[in-house]
Design a protein around this ligand. Structure first.
Ligand SMILES: *Cc1c(COP(=O)(O)O)cnc(C)c1O
Length: 376
């Protein structure tokens, strides 16, 4: 059996390597390393795939969030509500821009930001909500959109973990994650569902005026050549990464389907174990399993993790510490006990190996070891 990895980029490269090599070679021959034709081609291909008018590429998913927020003309002290159960980038960018991060609890079953908790966090200073479509499944966007409409708030969807997931509206319409709110952002970090071989990111919107601002801000705030209308940053997707993404975008649905098949097997094999809770799938979103994250009850999470590691099975804790207790964010003034749902998730979650090339033999071995741990 091949060595089990959380994400096996080598196995993927063995399958699509020839195509990727040719794409890289062609950029090397053209020497158009910055703003080469592959960048625009990728933006257009992704905009068609997502069904959104504008895709603006940038250097990474964190920059994508930053550019999105810079484009919205928010003022220092304005409040931005996001989830306490996410990767740090979401909160970091809010704080960096002098805005005030306001944290909300996740739903204990879906791990996604709770609309009810957002509602409780809204104040007259609230300007935006940043739902994160965590682990590959969309947040409850219908409820979040209603709150935003009621209070006149922007929505920036952090879809770094959900590129390709579909949100299903109550009337049956389907939209892709990141194309529902005012703005969507994503990351092409190597382990994401749609990923390059380095850093990359993108911002999505149907609003052409906002899209123009994204392009300007990502390019030093330049309006016309050497005329600057905004204070901007330098944030680009380089041509080699765009060329790789052009190859990988064609496979995205197939890769996500393979992840779902692996998740189906985990579900079927683990749902009988009463000390594990398998991830809930909601009716309003497809799930593309960026992570397959179980909850381990009765304080046994860390022991299970050690047991699996001893059997050569990696697993990861996303996320081990609630953001409100991180040293850098103490200034927000939260108390340890303010977020019981987040704190409990941080103690119970465990993400199992999940990638499109995971083999049945590996899945059998993982499941057998998990069940063996609980039989002891
Ligand atoms: C990966 C990730 C980001 C940041 O993306 P980078 O490309 O690493 O900057 C932001 N938000 C979430 C939820 C992520 O998973």
């Amino acid at each position: 059996m091949r060595e089990i990895q959380m994400v096996d980029l080598k196995a993927q490269y063995e399958k699509i390597g020839a195509e990727v090599d040719a794409a890289i070679k062609s950029v090397l021959n053209s020497t158009a390393f910055i703003k080469g034709p592959d960048v625009r081609y990728f933006e257009e291909a992704l905009s068609t795939y997502l069904g959104v008018r504008n895709v603006v590429s940038c250097a990474n998913g964190t920059d994508a969030l930053q550019i999105a927020m810079m484009a919205l003309d928010m003022k220092p002290g304005d409040e931005v509500i996001t989830t306490n159960f996410t990767f740090i980038a979401t909160v970091e960018v809010v704080a960096l821009l002098g805005l005030k991060p306001v944290l909300a609890e996740p739903d204990p079953h879906t791990y996604n930001i709770s609309a009810e908790s957002i509602r409780r966090a809204i104040t007259p200073r609230t300007k935006a909500i940043v739902p994160v479509h965590l682990f590959g499944q969309c947040a409850d966007m219908d409820a979040i959109m209603k709150l935003a409409a009621e209070h006149n708030l922007y929505i920036i969807e952090d879809s770094a973990q959900a590129t390709g997931a579909g949100y299903i509206f109550p009337d049956g319409r389907i939209k892709k994650a990141g194309t529902i709110g005012t703005i969507g952002t994503t990351s092409f970090f190597p382990s994401k569902n749609l990923a390059c071989y380095g850093d990359g990111g993108a911002i999505f919107t149907d609003d052409d005026v906002l899209a123009k601002r994204f392009r300007s801000i990502a390019n030093h705030g330049m309006k016309e050549r050497y005329h600057y209308s905004d204070i901007g940053i330098n944030s680009r997707l380089d041509t080699i990464q765009a060329a790789i993404l052009n190859v990988k975008l064609k496979y995205l649905d197939r890769f996500n389907e393979a992840r779902r098949a692996a998740a189906d097997f985990y579900d079927k094999s683990l749902s009988g174990c009463n000390q594990i809770v398998v991830p809930e799938r909601v009716s309003y979103s497809s799930h593309i399993f960026h992570q397959y994250t179980i909850k381990v009850k009765n304080g046994k999470r860390n022991a299970l993790r050690d047991f699996l590691a001893a059997a050569g099975i990696p697993s990861m804790i996303y996320y081990p510490g609630p953001l409100h207790m991180q040293e850098a964010y103490r200034f927000l003034g939260y108390k340890e006990s303010d977020f019981p749902v987040t704190s409990e998730l941080c103690r119970e979650v465990l993400s199992l190996p999940m990638h499109p090339d995971i083999e049945q033999e590996q899945l059998d071995y993982i499941v057998m070891n998990i069940l063996k741990f609980f039989e002891k």
